[in-house]
Design a protein around this ligand. Structure first.
Ligand code: K7E
Ligand code: CUA
Ligand code: CA
Length: 611
């Protein structure tokens, strides 16, 4: 069975190569090249392994997007052990992001998301450890995750845009988050121009990273997919696979080249400060017109339906993956200024278009001048050298490694920073087929860890994951400082603090206050006791529970679940959370702790009596 699969998959690969008409020359170059020599020359020992023994800590945090479940996942690298799920666009009762007033205020009624691209905040080209930002493609939102507590603290809806997909943060300082709308729609999308696709627009949006307010948007020709920023704060950019502005698949594939769309941030900010741009009802942020010839947007023609764009750690190059072309484009960031100034044509920013293999999607870097590009159709990772590709050296291809199967994103340790350290690469493979025990028709993805510190790629570990992480970051753990116990004055509890103070109380007071038909139960939890054992209310009352975990013991979380009410949340040490609901049924309803906090955890409960 396995053998057959293997044979099939090899046949399939060569079949795809033939049918998609990729030159055999590329393969010949690779096999005849000095690939083997390079491997030998670089193999000065540094042992690569994924093994982290019990009791030892990993060197890296991995931040994974989750795709369909709408969250961020925290893994440890290289062990690939999963540490935490951070709910963003979904509910998760495991922590303070269950059914609470706080999560409801931030989620605003939405319950699903589709997360693809997580990037952290930067200072001077490397992570500052403050925030992560992630897109929701399903409802066009951007969430911010605090890294000190690893929880979502804000969500911004991107106005007028649909399919918010590519996202990247400023790399020079904590400044902006840029995101790309993949789907073009009428502007505004209020029923006008439904039948006129040529009037649809796609938007590039700038959100202030500190306030999470939208600063400006730019409408562009074509559409926008992946997003990147340079290291100096001059440009943001997006790949465009639909320069044809088609609404059907065949239309979107008709042109040989689409674009890398580059945004001139200085020029755009200048126009915004001068009051340029249009506004509609939904947002105060101006929309600048970047279509046609204009000073704000540069359209660099790249082949064909490009997907990923990644910036090399030295800040010199944007690597743009061809997807339907077997090439990547190496674009000079330096030359972009000349192209904006009209001194050179946009196409002259392209330094090389090395042939890599079938279906190039995303690229990672080792900080030693090499790229690792995923080849979706070939089910391979291609390691290649940028300088050699620019010089036209035949041996720019260093190694190709089979991955299992169909990789999308790839990332290397610290790859998206100037401190790329070339230790590990993770290939996020969409298909796992024969790699794991079968679990029914929906398979896990396979995140494969690859060691690269020996100068060649070595497969270290197969990591089954719930579908479908799109992207991942591998971050040196020294850059992330988390808190162990909540500060009782944390800004997360602002709503509850005001509520409790307005009643003349403080957190954990263990008092019930009635105001007309509103009942406030301000209570503490200290293992194995709730501060209130019984809460008396009348049918129809609006009940607010404010729950403060007063245990100052590391790792000692309590929960609050009210039976038969669809209410469940957790409170970590020092944390306060609240929930408001209406008592709509008479009777006895036990509330109970959901975290095994004490030998008498099961006894940690009380009664809501609805009279
Ligand atoms: Cu390539 Cu949404 Cu980043 Cu998926 S996208 S792979
Ligand atoms: Cu508190 Cu279990
Ligand atoms: Ca196209």
């Amino acid at each position: 069975m396995n053998k057959n699969n293997l044979v099939m998959s090899k046949d399939r690969r060569s079949f795809l190569r033939k049918t998609l008409g990729v030159s055999v020359a590329a393969a010949a170059v690779y096999f005849a090249s000095g690939a083997m020599n390079v491997v030998k020359a670089a193999s000065k020992k540094k042992v690569v392994s994924h093994v982290v023994n019990p009791g030892e800590l990993d060197k890296y945090y991995g931040f994974w997007s989750s795709g369909q479940s709408g969250e961020v996942r925290v893994l440890a690298v290289p062990s690939m052990r999963e540490l935490k799920l951070i709910p963003c666009f979904n509910y998760d009762c495991t922590n303070g992001w269950g059914i609470t007033n706080y999560s409801k205020q931030i989620l605003k009624g939405y319950t699903v998301g589709d997360t693809h691209h997580l990037h952290l905040s930067y200072n001077n080209g490397t992570y500052d450890g403050k925030f992560g930002f992630i897109n929701d493609k399903s409802t066009g939102r951007v969430a911010r995750v605090r890294l000190d507590v690893m929880e979502t603290d804000a969500i911004t809806k991107v106005p007028y845009a649909q399919g918010t997909h590519g996202l990247f943060t400023s790399r020079h300082k904590l400044d902006a988050v840029f995101c790309n709308s993949e789907f073009a729609i009428p502007l505004p999308n209020d029923g006008r121009d439904i039948e006129n696709p040529d009037k649809y627009v796609a938007l590039h949006t700038c959100i202030d990273a500190k306030t999470m307010k939208v600063r400006w948007q730019v409408m562009i020709d074509g559409n926008l997919d992946l997003c990147a920023t340079d290291y100096q704060g001059k440009y943001s950019m997006g790949t465009c696979y639909n320069s044809e502005e088609g609404v059907l698949l065949e239309d979107m594939m008709s042109a040989d080249r689409d674009h890398l769309t580059v945004f001139n941030l200085e020029k755009i900010e200048e126009a915004v400060n001068q009051g340029k741009g249009i506004k509609f009802k939904e947002s105060d942020a101006p929309i600048i017109d970047g279509r046609g010839k204009n000073p704000y947007v540069l359209y660099i023609p790249v082949p064909k339906n490009p997907h990923g764009v990644n910036i090399s750690p030295d800040g010199k190059y944007a690597i743009c993956s061809g997807k339907l072309s077997p090439t990547a484009s190496v674009i000079s960031i330096e030359k972009i200024a000349d192209a904006f100034a009209g001194k050179i044509a946009p196409k002259d920013c392209i330094l090389a278009e090395p042939e890599l293999g079938l279906g190039p999607l995303h690229t990672a870097f080792d900080g030693r001048g090499n790229c690792y590009t995923t080849l979706f159709l070939d089910s391979m990772v291609c390691m290649w050298n940028i300088d050699k590709a620019i010089k036209g050296d035949k041996d720019y291809l260093i190694q190709k490694l089979d991955v299992h199967y169909q990789p999308g994103h790839i990332n290397a340790s610290m790859s998206e920073t100037k401190d790329a350290d070339g230790n590990y690469v993770v290939s996020l493979n969409k298909f796992s087929k024969d790699r794991f025990l079968p679990v029914g028709p929906s398979y896990p993805d396979n995140d494969q860890l690859i060691g690269i510190s020996e100068g060649r790629m070595k497969l270290l570990h197969d990591g089954p994951v719930a579908p479908e992480p799109h992207d991942a970051l591998i971050v040196n753990r020294s850059l992330i400082k988390t808190v162990k116990i909540w500060n009782i004055n944390d800004r997360k509890f602002a709503y509850e603090r005001k509520l409790v103070q307005d009643l003349g109380l403080e957190f954990g007071a263990n008092k019930i206050v009635r105001k007309d038909d509103k009942v406030f139960a301000i209570m503490s939890s200290i293992a194995p006791n709730y501060g209130l054992k019984v809460i008396d209310v009348n049918l129809g009352d609006e009940v607010t529970i404010v729950q403060t975990n007063l245990d100052k013991v590391e790792d000692l979380t309590h929960g609050f679940c009210l039976s038969e009410h669809n209410l469940n949340f957790g409170v970590s040490p020092g944390e306060t959370a609240s929930v408001t609901f209406r008592a709509t049924r008479r009777g006895v309803f036990w509330y109970y702790c959901t975290w095994f906090c004490h030998a008498l955890h099961l006894e940690m409960r009380g009664r809501l009596l609805v009279h």
